[in-house]
Design a protein. Structure first.
Length: 167
């Protein structure tokens, strides 16, 4: 059984698509551990603000199957295949960590955005503060403490959690 860390993001009907994404993840993985939800400005393009969070789950799927599942969930929730990397989106699911695996294929792990983007690092540090980044060799709490918080602003927001998540 592998522990996976998943980044969820949206800037199109964000409350709706984050909630639907969580329900889809729960349907496939069972119980999820969730960070707070954070709002941040779009990075890499001019667009409306994003909502972002991190979910933690356990799975018996291999990395390729997890990535394929995420792409299917995104498409089921209005994500356009082949859309530009830096563009608005209904739902973005990124595999951040798969245990302590380090690889480049079928996806880069650990995901580089962890140490670059506040909207990934802060919620990850919230759900896994003592977990150590397999390349940086620092805990996510330490990485967040050392992060330049003026580089990217984000703030926690209230979120209408789907009732089904509390089952």
């Amino acid at each position: 059984m592998a522990r996976i860390y998943i980044s969820l993001g949206s800037n199109i009907e964000a409350q709706r698509y984050i909630a639907e994404g969580l329900l889809a993840l729960q349907a496939h993985f069972g119980r999820l551990r969730l960070s707070s939800v954070y709002e941040s400005e779009a990075v890499g393009f001019n667009g409306t603000n994003f909502l972002n969070m991190v979910a933690v789950a356990d799975t018996q799927l291999d990395v390729a199957a997890v990535v394929a599942l995420f792409k299917q969930i995104e498409q089921n929730h209005g994500r356009i295949v082949g859309a530009k990397k830096f563009s608005p989106r209904t739902l973005d699911l990124d595999l951040l960590l798969y245990d302590d695996l380090v690889c480049q294929s079928p996806v880069e792990l650990p995901r580089a955005e962890i140490v670059k983007n506040a909207f990934v690092l802060q919620p990850l540090a919230e759900v896994a503060p003592e977990l150590v980044h397999p390349l940086a060799r620092l805990s996510y709490r330490q990485l967040w403490q050392e992060y330049d918080k003026d580089a990217q602003k984000l703030w926690p927001v209230p979120f209408a959690w789907p009732a089904a998540l509390y089952v």
